[in-house]
Each structure stands twice: as C-alpha cells, then as structure tokens.
Design a protein around this ligand. Sequence first.
Ligand code: GP9
Ligand code: MN
Length: 429
Amino acid sequence: NSSDLTSVKNFIAKNQATPNVEYSGVAKGKNVFIIHLESLQQFMIDYKWDGQEVMPNIDKLYHAQDTLSFDNFYNQVGQGKTADAEMMLENSLFGLPEGSAMVMDGTTNTFQAAPAILGQHGYTSAAFHGDVPSFWNRDNTYKSWGYDYFFSKSYYPNSKKSSYNLGYGMKDKIFLKDSAQYVQRLPQPFYAKLITVTNHYPYTIDSQNKSIEPFDTGDSTVDPYVQTARYLDQAVGEFMNWLEKTGLDKKSMIVLYGDHYGISNNHKPAIAKLLGKKKVTNYDLANFQKVPFMIHMPGLKGGINHTYGGEIDVLPTLLNLLGIKDQDTIQFGNDLLAPGRNQTVAFRNGDFVSPTYTKYGADYFDHNGKELKHMTNEQRQAIDDMQNYVTTQLSASDKVINGDLLRFYQPEGFKKVIKGNYNYKKSTA
Ligand code: GP9
Ligand code: MN
C-alpha cells in the first residue's frame, strides 16, 4: 500500500549517493552491450593454469586503459541465480529471499527497468539467449521490462544442430556469432543484452573446444570449470573482434559481468587449492563471491576501481554514464563511481561485506580478514549499523516486489510499460 511506498522512498532518499559528475553523460547516445558471463568469478581474472593465462581476452579488457574495472564487485544473488542477477542489473531491485522474482512476479508486476528507461530516451532494446524463451520466465518478464526484442532459440537456425548445443543452450561462440546478424540490424542507439550459457555447471565442453587442462583439485565438479571459462573467454574475444571489424566498438559502451559463483561453498577443499591456501575461512568464501564487472568504451577514463559494490549498483552507474537522470526512480543501488557512496554490500541472506567489516555465516571479520571473536563497543556499534542498513535495504526491496509497489509510482517523465505492446514470437511470414 501507499505507506509502504513512502517508507521505501524515505529509505532511498536517505541512502542515495549523488552520482559522479565527472562521468555524467560520457557515454551519452552510445549503444550499450550487456554481456552476461555465466558463472564467471573474479578469481579467474589473471588466473594462470596449465602454464597459461586462462582468460587472455577478458584479462586484456580488464587491464585496458579505456576499461573501468572493479575488483571488489560482488554477486548478490539468491536462489534465482541468473534471474536474480538480471533483476538487479536492470532494475536495481533485489531478487527475493526464496525462489525467483522473475518467475513469481515478472509477468504481473509493474517495473521501471533499464530497457524501458532507455527506450524512452530513444534506444531500441533487445535481449539474446540461445535457449527456450520460457526459461526463468524471460518471455513474460522482458515484456514487463520493456524489451523491444527477445531473440531466443527459434531465431537461431543453428540451434537445430545438436552439436551446436550444450547444457543450457547454444554454445557461446555460435550463439554470439549468430546474434551478430541481429545486432547489426538494430536501429541505433541500442541496448543489447547477450546471455551466455556454456560456462554453467556441469562445465562440459566437446573435445575440439578444450584448449586447457582441467584443474587438478580432485573434485570432479570443480575441475572442468577452467575449460568452459576458457571457452567463454574465446567466445568473448571473437565477439570483440567482430565489434572492432564492424566499427561498432567505437559507437558502444560494452559492459561485462559475471552473474554468480560457479564453484559453490560445498567445495571448500577445492577452493582452498585454487586459492593456494591450506584451508578457507568464511572471509575467503565471502571474497570468493566477487564477480567481474567491467565497462569498456573507447575514450573512457578507465582503471581498476576498488570501491565495494555489487549487482544492485549497476543500473544507477550506467544511467549516470549515459547522462540519463533518474534521481526519482526506486533503485536500491548507488553509482559505483559516486564519491562518498555507502560501500556496504548486502548478500541476499543478510550477510555483508564492506571495506571495514565483513559478516559471513556466523563469523565477523575486520578489513584484514581477522576474525572478530571479541568486539569493542565501537566495533559492535559499527557492525550493528551495517546489519541494520542491509536488513532494511533487503526488506524494502522485498516490499517493492511482493507488494507490486511500482504500480503506485510514476517517476517523472516515465511512461508506464504496456506489456501487450510486445510480442516476441518469430513470425513465419
Ligand atoms: C538459463 C541460464 C542459467 O537460461 O540463464 O541459469 P542459472 O542456472 O545460472 O540460474
Ligand atoms: Mn547463471
């Protein structure tokens, strides 16, 4: 109801950081690519294995002068995994404590999502995914988010060849190559989201596409991860080459992100081996939740930024770069480049990380990863304040989704999305 909406708005007003003016509008009018890197974790950046750099293409982008890279960027997903990441990235709303918000509320709720916001600033939006459109209820949710196009399996003639598919859909190299023909035909400026799938558990890949030895932790769930991550890196490299060849790279801002961990906390001995440690603490596991986040654009003042943030912060960051004012939208994140932003990052279960304190599982840590078995009053107070912020933020976001509160709210200049205007069925004419 409307009093819930008021408390949400108050929380946002109190916690919203003023975006970084130096970066406001530097990407104005550019095409936007969102490249979803399935299950890719930050520890894989610059990782060496089998005498080689595992991901030379992504590493090169990570270190490029015109890439803004973030090395304290966390995934914040819950059970909705990919779907939660998509919800956060494009709405700056959290997934739910249980289940997937895209599945449970994507069809019926009102949203003020990136494709709709950009659509009202002259952008054409399109999502690409090489599997059935119903997965995670994307086909319905994308209408609520205002996606003009959704290219899924039936749009890809090659999806019919069984050797071109694996696990959750078309193999990334084929998927990205075949998506290019549609990308090329989109009116510019466009907002295009490409969802890769090959680097997904159980990390199988055919022998022609294996170009690195599996890890040797002895944990068979974990070991092939490096082989599909390598394949994903090659697919991204090929796509970047294509962008350069067409000249599209010069007209675009390319955003890459890992959606969530590939190696779960059920594999602690293997994680310890990969990190070169005897055993892992909860602090290590919290760190292990970092995922890559990079914004690449020719001419962008890049570098590796150490701010603590996560998926919830992406939308405000991108809107500021694009010069789109959104100060009155309901978004729970903050511009990652904003000076003085709150750097407490919530995990979906209420745990958190920050530059000063971390809570993970039953444990609390200081900024050096030292466990706080006994706390000073000052530490206790600081941690209580952080916990309070995290709990309030998560529950306010849940109120928005569970109560469908955005149906009562009209940001200035935003036109309500009319779901019936969208139809993603491939026409046979
Ligand atoms: C399915 C893919 C995988 O389309 O996005 O989802 P996940 O299992 O990672 O949530
Ligand atoms: Mn995923």
